[in-house]
Design a protein around this ligand. Structure first.
Ligand code: NAD
Length: 251
């Protein structure tokens, strides 16, 4: 790991007053959740995933949709935060991070203790009825899976759907909420574990005065970043946070 680049990020974090983090699937791979685009292991290497992850595919055959995605989502819900999630939660506690904008639906930032989290592609906290719009516990999907009676249904008989943003659907309300904050000012954005290929989220980098990118593979905006750290987020972020802690709380 490039020690000088780590020191440079510590410096940027200690000076900035409006810092946000933007995270993607790569922040959770060290918790055992595959990302979408890493060569070979990414979910999009499976063509069925691409064709099923649309609002239209869900409406056409919700049982097939659940048969494909529910085993993955049950794993997401059992996963535990890794050192990258914990370091970001610590950064918030140190008063150096205003919030996390995440594309992930796995809930691991909250599990790690982060309080301000915008889940712009939705979450797996609960389901929602496509007929009466009432929320329902996610456990109903687990029960339907175990009974072999998919899709899960509301007490009104309507099909329950997860609160995740599928291709062809509008962004979650959190996306619009975070825009309000970013428009007020963002002097530093830490982008962690995202290929920055999915819009409109990738466009959020334009709100930041300075960018730090922590990612295993190159991204299309690397050349605009003040610092690029190539490697595992679970190794790099704890190094940054311990450098910052030493600087802010000497002795
Ligand atoms: P992506 O798969 O397009 O990119 C992930 C990036 O993370 C890659 O560039 C890869 O090099 C990098 N990476 C992988 N492991 C890493 C690690 N340990 N440390 C640092 N970098 C690492 O993911 P994306 O940009 O988030 O966009 C794809 C979509 O995937 C998002 O919309 C998100 O909703 C969805 N998704 C979410 C989850 C989840 O909730 N955990 C999992 C898979 C996909």
């Amino acid at each position: 790991m490039d020690g000088k680049a780590v020191d440079r990020v510590v410096e940027l974090l200690s000076r900035a007053s409006q810092t946000y983090a933007l995270t993607g699937a790569g922040v959770s791979t060290e918790s055992g959740i595959p990302d979408f685009r890493s060569p070979g292991t990414g979910l999009w290497s499976n063509p069925e995933a691409c064709s099923l992850a649309t609002g239209e595919a869900f409406r056409r055959d919700p049982a097939r949709f659940y048969r494909f995605f529910l085993p993955l989502w049950r794993d997401y819900r059992r996963a535990q935060p890794n050192p990258a999630h914990l370091a970001l939660a610590e950064l918030e506690k140190l008063g150096r991070l205003r919030g996390i904008i995440t594309q992930n639906i796995d809930g691991l930032h909250r599990k790690a203790g982060s309080r301000v989290v915008w889940e712009v592609h939705g979450h797996l906290e609960h389901l929602i009825c496509t007929r009466c719009q009432r929320p329902a516990p996610f456990a109903l999907a687990d029960e339907a899976w175990e009974k072999g009676d998919l899709p899960p249904r509301c007490s009104c008989g309507g099909v329950l759907r997860p609160q995740v943003v599928l291709f062809g659907e509008p962004m979650a309300a959190d996306f619009h909420r975070v825009l309000v904050f970013l428009r007020q000012g963002c002097d530093l954005l830490l982008v962690i574990g995202s290929s920055l290929m999915v819009y409109p989220v990738a466009g959020l980098v334009d709100y930041a005065r300075q960018l730090v990118i922590i990612n295993q593979d190159p991204t299309p905006v690397d050349e605009r970043a003040t610092v690029v750290l190539r490697g595992r987020a679970g190794e790099i972020l704890p190094r940054i946070v311990s450098g910052l802690r030493a600087r802010l709380l000497p002795g």
